[in-house]
Design a protein around this ligand. Structure first.
Ligand code: SF4
Ligand code: SF4
Length: 309
């Protein structure tokens, strides 16, 4: 039997209710081809496991400096520094830190081990009409594992959802469709220039994949983060409404209000948060956006009130 490569996962959320119908177990996979400036899961972007450091818990005891086999950690002028280029995420520093100031984000699991971590939720899936959602990061950055995992769920009669940013080869997206019940397609803007400016990548492949998907029979929910000052203009919303209504009349669509819940993770990763000046959309802005979109005959899902705070 051919050996299946492991999946690199960074979190598993049990009893999730926002990533598909019913009560779900969401498996977050590491690696994303986009670098959205508003990303609430920046720890998902790197494909490899990495270290999160909570400065507020650190006592500068120096134990991690001694434990690190690659000499990646130093304490200089009262600051603990990590050279992420030489760190191989061996996790020895995490093991010796008595303050829980360090954690490893990302671990490799084979198919059976991943299943073992979620299978006890079966009773909740069955009773609620829920199932398993693969999210990330971008699950299709790990196409072989994602396909096998979804297929395994399907063989066990578990409802499956995949969340994708669409920046993946079309054949990878197509390969999973027979074993996916719902695709959650995150679409940021119809403008290639704006997309490149705010995510690092043009949206040409994403838009091609979205159109191909919407022209086929798959159940698709298109979701768009609404980020004030970036993609909330009348022009932005009309372009998305027009694209969707022309491609699949009545397409399902949901706005996801921008929030800043992920901001603290940037510091733990040694990165700057880029949208410090942006505040979550007000209710008035959300209503105005919904008004614009309502002219396109889409099946609009009401934004989750409270997410914008
Ligand atoms: S072992 Fe923990 S508390 Fe000590 S210096 Fe390292 S991160 Fe800080
Ligand atoms: S994970 Fe390993 S290599 Fe990286 S800083 Fe910690 S001890 Fe050093």
């Amino acid at each position: 039997m051919k050996r299946l490569s492991n999946g690199v996962i960074f979190d598993i959320e049990h009893y999730a209710i926002h990533d598909g119908p019913g009560i779900r177990t969401t498996v977050f996979m590491k690696g994303c081809p986009l670098k959205c400036r508003w990303c609430a899961n920046p720890e998902s972007q790197n494909t490899q496991p990495e270290i999160l450091y909570n400065r507020n818990l650190c006592t500068l005891c120096g134990e991690c400096v001694q434990a690190c086999p690659t000499g990646s950690i130093s304490i200089v002028a009262g600051q603990r520094l990590l050279d992420r280029r030489s760190c191989d995420a061996c996790s020895r520093c995490v093991d010796v830190c008595q303050q829980d100031a360090l954690e490893i984000c990302g671990y490799s699991l084979d198919l059976q081990s991943a299943w073992n971590r979620i299978r006890d939720d079966l009773i909740f899936w069955d009773r609620s009409g829920g199932g398993v959602t693969l999210s990330g990061g971008e699950p299709l950055m790990q196409p072989e594992f994602t396909l096998k995992f979804l297929d395994f769920c399907r063989q066990n009669k578990v409802h499956t959802v995949v969340e994708t940013c669409g920046q993946v080869p079309e054949e990878h997206l197509r390969s999973i469709l027979p074993v996916v019940d719902i695709v959650l397609f995150d679409y940021k803007t119809a403008s290639p220039d704006k997309h490149k400016q705010h995510t690092g990548v043009s949206n040409e492949q994403i838009t091609r994949n979205l159109i191909a998907l919407l022209k086929g029979p798959s159940e698709v929910l298109v979701r768009m983060p609404l980020v004030p000052g970036i993609n909330d203009s009348m022009e932005d919303l009309m372009a998305v409404g027009d694209l969707l209504s022309r491609t699949r009349p009545g397409a399902k669509f949901e706005l996801l209000p921008y929030h800043r819940l992920g901001e603290g993770k940037y510091e733990k990763l040694g990165r700057n948060y880029m949208l410090k000046e942006v505040t979550p959309p007000t209710l008035d802005l959300l209503e105005a956006a919904m008004d614009v979109l309502s002219g396109y005959g889409l099946s609009l899902i009401t934004p989750r009130i409270g997410d914008q705070n």
